[in-house]
Design a protein around this ligand. Structure first.
Ligand code: DGY
Length: 317
């Protein structure tokens, strides 16, 4: 029987199915650092890793010579924690879990847009503090979302799902920035530059993939294109944003607020962000619904089963 390491506990039904086909180890010790990733590559035929497991070029280089693993069936659409070029060179297939988390992640973007615009975090903290004095006509006034302009950075599957919600649900005008020309089946205008998009939007939402091509795409220059009344939302990867530049823009009042689900050095969240009431901060909840996490686990396992049967995984990257 082939050995399979599942690097974090996932839906039990998926683990049960895996146990019928593989000799399964489920790791409960948290994300694999580089040394643990190297060790895992030498010890298992297949691995079902997820965010934070450091399958870096160094991990592959360290495992070389004693490499056992042939398949990384990633749990997650994002795979910036895996050096895919190094994996390919080492003869290791990599797959991911697109589509099944698109709606859940788009919903988290909407949660952040609404929570930031309507000061829901502050309001919730006020109620829990016991200091709420009752309804006040001028208390905790936020900003309207309906009818405003959203600027989507990265019009892939998730960007489009967010744009649809904004357009059809909230009557918003949609503009977007995407590296390649993109035609979508709802009203939306592609703008030529990132700065044009950031500058036109009342709400900027980042939905690009992570990785080297987008690291610090949102830097101080990009943020300086935003209007002081605009809100910045990131549901993609923390590394896409230069976090100190975002903190500086918020502290200087250069932008009106931020809704963040992801951070540059998760799980570390800068104290400066935590100290600011006009930030809504979530702990990487994009795909966190029971249904979505079950579907992600199933897709990751299905890819590993395909590989095990000698077929190409449906979601190879
Ligand atoms: C992914 O799948 O990449 C998500 O970030 C997990 O929520």
């Amino acid at each position: 029987m082939k050995t399979l390491l599942i690097t974090r506990p996932i839906a039990e039904a998926v683990i049960d199915q895996a146990r019928e086909l593989f000799d399964v180890t489920v790791s409960e010790t948290g994300a694999l650092d580089e040394a643990a990733a190297e060790q895992a590559l030498q010890s298992y035929d297949a691995i079902l890793p997820t965010l934070g497991d450091l399958f870096s070029a160094q991990a592959f280089a360290g495992a070389a010579g004693n490499m056992r693993c042939k398949m990384l069936g990633n749990f997650g659409v994002g795979y910036n924690h895996i050096d895919v070029a190094a994996a390919k060179q080492a003869g290791v297939l990599v797959s991911n879990t697109p589509d099944v988390l698109t709606d859940a992640t788009a919903d988290i973007a909407m949660t952040l847009i609404l929570a930031t615009a309507r000061r829901a975090g502050e309001g919730e903290r006020l109620v829990r503090s016991g200091n709420w004095g009752g309804f006040g006509p001028k208390d905790l006034l936020g900003t309207h979302v309906t009818g405003k302009t959203v600027g989507i950075v990265g019009m892939g599957r998730i960007g489009q799902a967010i744009a649809r919600r904004c357009h059809f649900g909230f009557g918003m005008n949609v503009v977007f920035y995407n590296r390649s020309a993109k035609t979508v089946d709802f009203p939306a205008t592609q703008l030529p530059t990132l700065a044009d998009t950031m500058g036109a939007a009342d709400f900027v939402v980042v939905a690009t993939p992570g990785g080297a091509a987008t690291t610090h795409l949102i830097d101080s220059a990009a943020l300086s294109a935003m209007k002081p009344s605009s809100i910045f939302v990131n549901i993609s990867r923390g590394e896409v944003v230069d976090e100190p530049a975002l903190v500086a823009a918020l502290e200087a009042g250069q932008i009106a607020g931020a809704g963040l689900d992801v951070y540059e050095n998760e799980p570390v969240v800068p104290d400066a962000l935590k100290a600011m009431d006009h930030c809504v901060l979530l702990p990487h909840l994009g795909s966190a619904t029971v249904e979505t996490r079950q579907a992600m686990g199933q897709m990751a396992l299905d890819n590993i089963i395909a590989w095990s049967n000698g077929n190409a995984p449906a979601q190879s990257v």
